[in-house]
Design a protein around this ligand. Structure first.
Ligand SMILES: [Zn+2]
Length: 378
């Protein structure tokens, strides 16, 4: 993750970057702040910057081998500790859940503990960093540094650490191995063992300001500016809350209906229905139409990905979830790229002031033919 992908928080980013440039990285840091401010995204971006082989003045390069591995969360010198649940293993550690964790974090690094536990299908939504994690931490850190400048360990929710594990961590914080960086991430620092707290340098990350929030929402969800600004105002600087508001918004429901209808038409191939749809879409204000097409592209991709059960989709609303679970069987590697390409092309023609009705009609016919051919309906 790069700093540019962390919403707002310019002063925090500048502070962290200067820390690296001046080579005064404290070996144990605690990122705290309100929920949805972006503590985890900031920790990920900082970790990537620290180990980037070619860091720029404002961000990691994003292209060096270290950045690429950090972006996928697979860098050999990059470790995570996080609360887990007891499934089959009575003595679980973070490593047991690493694949799920990576999928979860890569979907969106803005999340709550509730979302993590429901991702794991934890019945009661409870988890902790269990006793045996203490030995795991020592094991991971005693590995020789493979390729990074630093060995980095992100500990998410240190307040959920069992005392035994916490004491092992404390011991390491007291006598840290060389070139090791701990980033503790907690929105509830009052719950962290005071002896651990006193060993860390605290960095308070404030809530996201409205301006940055609105820009972040437009970029992430393609919502119109007016809506982004109004959601930013009511979200109180909490990106997770803002995302929930947008997920449940009328606009998204409308886009969803438009997409579902266009796919129904593609399946049936009924010309009069296709024309009706084109008329309705062409009647939308241009920006809204563009957002709707972007939404269609997102849903197509998400439906395709859903076939691989890579992970449950964090962004999907219950309505979308239900839709995708049925629709995904119609989206496959024979049609998904070509269909996405049709939507993207329509989008670009509309941006270049093409005749909107013609562009949409052409797109609908091509999508219908792709859809029917690949599902052997033609
Ligand atoms: Zn790099």
């Amino acid at each position: 993750m790069m700093f540019k992908d962390v919403i707002g928080q310019k002063p925090v980013k500048e502070h962290l970057i200067s820390m690296v440039k001046e080579d005064r990285i404290s070996h144990a840091q605690l990122f705290t702040g309100p929920q949805g401010a972006g503590l985890m995204p900031m920790a990920l971006a900082f970790a990537q910057y620290v180990n980037c082989q070619n860091p720029g003045p404002e961000d990691s390069c994003g292209v060096c081998p270290a950045c690429k591995k950090m972006a996928k969360l697979v860098h050999p010198d990059f470790h995570f500790v996080f609360p887990v649940i007891k499934r089959n293993n009575p003595k679980p550690v973070s490593t047991d859940y690493l694949d799920e964790w990576r999928n979860f974090v890569l979907q969106s690094p803005y999340f709550t503990d509730h979302e993590w536990f429901s991702f794991l299908n934890a019945e009661r939504g409870q988890g902790m960093i269990y006793t045996q994690e203490g030995n795991e931490i020592i094991k991971k850190l005693s590995l020789k540094t493979f390729e990074g400048k630093y060995k980095i360990m992100i500990v998410w929710q240190p307040e959920k650490m069992h005392n035994f594990a916490a004491n092992k961590l404390l011991k390491i914080l007291e006598e840290p191995p060389a070139r090791t960086l701990f980033i503790l991430v907690s929105d509830y620092p009052a719950g962290v063992l005071p002896t651990i707290l006193s060993r860390t340098q605290q960095l308070k990350i404030p809530k996201i300001d409205d301006e940055a929030m609105a820009n972040g929402l437009m970029e992430t969800f393609h919502v119109p500016e007016e809506q982004a600004r109004s959601v930013a105002r009511i979200s109180g600087g909490n990106f997770i809350k803002a995302r929930d508001v947008i997920d449940n918004s009328e606009e998204k429901k409308f886009f969803h209906d438009m997409f579902a209808n266009s796919m129904r038409n593609a399946y049936s191939g009924k010309l009069d229905e296709i024309i009706k749809w084109v008329d309705a879409a062409a009647g939308l204000p241009k920006e809204r139409l563009k957002n709707m097409l972007l939404y269609c592209i997102d849903i197509l991709r998400e439906s395709f990905i859903a076939n691989y059960n890579i992970a449950e989709l964090v962004y999907a609303t219950p309505v979308e979830d239900q839709f995708i679970s049925k629709f995904k069987s119609f989206v496959n590697d024979r049609n998904v790229e070509a269909m996405v390409e049709e939507y993207a092309m329509a989008l670009s023609h509309i941006e270049q002031n093409g005749n909107i009705r013609l562009v949409l009609f052409d797109m609908s016919m091509k999508v219908s033919s792709l859809f029917r051919m690949s599902n052997q309906l033609a």
